[in-house]
Design a protein around this ligand. Structure first.
Ligand code: ARG
Length: 461
């Protein structure tokens, strides 16, 4: 017998090769509960428009609830002949109440408007789960910042020593992109808050069904304005995949630093045993696998986004079967992040920072040169001259194998009459950090403020 939902005009059933290719139950089964919820809402809309009697509606809703219990319990599963989650569940419904009543449910809807709606519902739930996991990571970073309020580390540009910064400032710098990821989910949620149910296959339906009733029933604020858009667009799925990829990238950048910090050469952190792995041959090894997996998996999530965008590119309106390819990439990104984030947060929460080592390296590489130049500017030397004078000081120190503060009074004077011994007052990492007290700067007062803002921001989300 031909495919259960569309056999009428066909002479026979699909070839086994087609059936195998066409089948999507192995991944779209995650939509089963949303499908049943949608079907209950649709049944109520059918009844409101006079296509189901009260008795039929009660029967239908009862059967859909029974089917949902069976799905949740794992007692009802897709069969080999089911093309997709929608066909499987219609089979299940008809098994329970028979074709007479069960066969009425499909009126006025298509799998095209159904699947577009269900995917939004499914993504909405995972946006909430992912957001709470991202908040846990932000909390772990903010707690480490709070625990190391005074620690100073070498701040880098081009991976070279640049200027000393507070470790807390650096850790909080990893929080803000994640906060924006949370904003992105919230933003996405506003755009995704319209139901495509009622769009039918592409042109709408003739039965006078109240799509607003269905939308409200399913927790959507609105109905899509255009049935073609409702069934054919997947930009919201791609946007969701982008947010997951961006979270992956944000974690990957921190992961890369943790991997570096954990080397003997840096010696900035020690990983907790429970969040690191060993080697099967080298007994001494303790490896940052969580960070490496985070870095690696970000590539996979970028791939998922890229693949989905490539599927969408050039697709004519309205629905095309290509659109079935929207689910697996974003499902993979969701599964990836939902496993990765808890491990990653645990690793961050249990990191031990070696603050003496960081403080020892912070002044190296002439990282206080900018402080000298700005000290000169405060004494009304033009920045152009100050830069030049400080450059000659760095060159002198480098040639003579000295740190800036070790250059003697006479040598300072010889380099420039502006370089009086008081310049050494700014040649401490503490003084350097304290003096960067403009908004958003690394001075301890500003960083404490920043952390308070972050905590309030996340709390108010
Ligand atoms: N399984 C399809 C999807 O996920 C929905 C079914 C639409 N099929 C069709 N022939 N119109 O996109």
């Amino acid at each position: 017998k031909a495919g259960a939902l569309w056999g009428g005009r066909f002479a026979g059933g699909p070839s086994p090769e087609l059936a195998r290719l066409s089948k999507s139950t192995q991944f779209d089964w995650m939509l089963a509960e949303y499908d049943l919820q949608g079907s209950r809402a649709h049944a109520r809309a059918l009844a409101a428009a006079g296509y189901l009697t009260d008795t039929e509606l009660t029967q239908m809703v009862g059967a859909l609830e029974e089917l949902e219990r069976a799905v949740v319990a794992g007692d009802f599963l897709p069969a080999d002949a089911d093309e997709d989650v929608h066909s499987a569940l219609e089979r299940g419904l008809i098994d329970i109440i028979g074709v007479e009543v069960g066969g009425k449910l499909r009126a006025g809807r298509s799998r095209n408007d159904q699947v577009a709606t269900l995917v939004r519902m499914w993504l909405r739930d995972h946006a909430a789960i992912l957001a709470s996991l991202v908040i846990e990571l932000i909390d772990a970073l903010a707690a480490q910042a709070e625990a190391h309020e005074d620690a100073i580390m070498p701040g880098r540009t081009h991976l070279q020593h640049a200027q000393p910064v507070l470790l807390a400032h650096h850790l909080l710098a990893h929080c803000w992109p994640l906060v924006r990821d949370l904003d992105r989910f919230a933003d996405w949620g506003r755009r995704a808050d319209a139901s495509p149910y009622g769009s039918g296959a592409l042109a709408g339906n003739t039965l006078g069904l109240d799509a607003r009733l269905v939308a409200a029933d399913l927790g959507f604020a609105a109905v899509v304005e255009n049935s073609i858009d409702g069934t054919a667009s997947r930009d919201l799925v791609a946007e969701f995949a982008y947010i997951t990829a961006q979270i992956g990238i944000d974690m990957s950048r921190l992961a890369e630093e943790i991997i570096l910090w954990n080397t003997r050469e840096f010696g900035f952190v020690t990983l907790d045993d429970a969040y690191s792995t060993g080697s099967s041959i080298m007994p001494q090894k303790k490896n940052p696998d969580i960070a490496e997996l985070a870095r690696g998996k970000s590539g996979r999530m970028i791939g998922n986004l890229t693949g989905l965008l490539t599927t969408l590119k050039g697709l004519p309106l309205a629905y095309n079967r290509d659109l079935q390819e929207d689910k697996e990439p974003v499902l993979d990104s969701i599964n990836t992040l939902e496993v990765l984030l808890p491990a990653f947060s645990g690793m961050v929460a249990t990191l031990t920072f070696h603050t003496e080592r960081m403080a020892e390296l912070a002044p190296q590489g002439f990282s206080l040169a900018t402080d000298v130049a700005e000290w000169l500017v405060k004494r009304h030397v033009s920045f152009r001259d100050a830069h030049e004078i400080t450059g000659s000081l760095v060159k002198f120190a480098e040639t003579n194998n000295l740190d800036l503060h070790e250059v003697g009074d006479d040598d300072l004077q010889a380099l420039s009459s502006h370089l009086i011994p008081e310049v050494r007052d700014v040649l401490t990492i503490r003084g350097s950090v304290d003096s960067r007290d403009g908004v958003g700067g690394t001075a301890p007062v500003r960083v404490a403020e920043q952390r308070a803002h972050l905590v309030a921001r996340v709390r108010d989300l």
